[in-house]
Design a protein around this ligand. Sequence first.
Ligand code: NAD
Length: 483
Amino acid sequence: MAVKVKNMDCKHFINGEYISSVDNKSFDNINPATEEVIGQVEEGGAYEVDLAVKAAKNAFETWKKSKVSERAAILRKIGDLLLERKDELALLETMDTGKPLWLSSNVDIPRAAGSFHFYANFISTMGTEAYPMEVGAMNFVVRRPLGVVGMINPWNLPLLLLSAKLAPCLAMGNTVVLKPARWTPMTATLLGEICKQAGLPDGVVNIVNGAGRTVGEAIAEHKDIRAIAFTGETSTGKSIMRAGVSNLKRFSFELGGKNPNIIFEDCDLEEVVETTLRSSFINQGAVCLCGSRIYVQRSIYDKFLEKFISKTREQIVGDPLEGNTNIGALISKQHYNRVLDYIETAKKEGGTIETGGNPVQSQEKGYFLEPTIITGLDNSCQVIKEEIFGPVVTVQPFDTEEEVISYANDTHYGLSASVWTKDSSRAFRVAHEIEAGLTWVNTWFLRDPRTPYGGEKQSGVGRQGGMFSIDFYSEVSTICIKY
Ligand code: NAD
């Protein structure tokens, strides 16, 4: 059955109302799979950000006093409504991003809803610490909300990543000014309506659409914003930190990665090939946790490569609305050209394109690229050092544990890694040596929302998940009572 697509204009959502920009400026929203204009997006700026901050500041006075049970009920309702409207939201996410519809339906939207349900339950059962002193005193640790929090989001997992920040932030009684990525405004814009329907008071969540250089910078600089939760490129994070330093904002940054997959000779080869296919190309290779540097022990290198290439060639790239599509379109013409440039660089650096490397010929419109495997490069090459964020991976052989650990850590990134071996001692030894915020052994993309999530080195600042998010979105203080 053909999926019925619909266009949508995106306004700002401020103080519970959808509004246009003060100067009536807007820009085209392009579907990357068809290159068609699918709506107009209001182009905000410092004026709209200021309006949103004033609304958030005002709403904070009552929201900060709301009961935990009230906040939990609203969060639960937001999660329920996201699931009720899953089909509509998934379609909007796919039209904005170019990712396959099955992925939006099975991962993006349910995981977004899951964050609201998780934090509704988390705050309902959460306690606090108390430290008794022998002199006859008790120290109680208490948490208060911060105030207005700014959120700046990327385009790759728009609603999912936004919800992972928004749910704990609201749970702790903060109010929010958030900016979706310029390329992907639709699900965030609809979230405004859903929050209102769930009973969230006006002004608690405010959404301003527009560019990073205008709206993003205005959020980063605003003196009444207490903290910034940002996901995006490392270079953008640095610029946000510089802009936000004037009033010493608190930062939570989820940044880029160049994650290693380390495959030892005693792995389950069939399983590794299947998982590597996903960790390389799912979401067009644009998941920050994708493993883009694949290291394979020399004794199984040829066998792995042959199977991996053969499976990669079976991947169907094309219409994201078709159920059998594995890989959809890249987010924009600009990004598509950037990824193609990296493939050219790989050739210049002496790399061999084992498969892929070209635009998809069968597609007349849209930014479709073949999944690409490159060999013959070493760690000094630009293609191995820099994050490509597309369906492009490199494969390199290694001999020893020490050698592969040094390859894996030879980067300024440190987001995630995966290690494949049946030897549990080696698994733990290697995992412990890898400089990454999250290392998987014999699996990939398995997440428990209670555990810390974030990057080491230049892959991030701070950790999210469970209590780690609660700590970020609250002011923790001590009350010492002498009795
Ligand atoms: P980006 O940094 O270009 O943009 C992210 C957001 O920042 C957008 O909303 C953008 O408009 C805004 N922005 C841009 N310049 C700004 C500025 N000067 N001031 C304030 N805001 C600004 O990133 P992207 O291309 O949207 O996303 C891809 C990147 O995100 C990749 O590097 C990827 O690894 C990273 N990412 C990381 C994680 C993680 O969990 N660590 C998750 C997803 C994506």
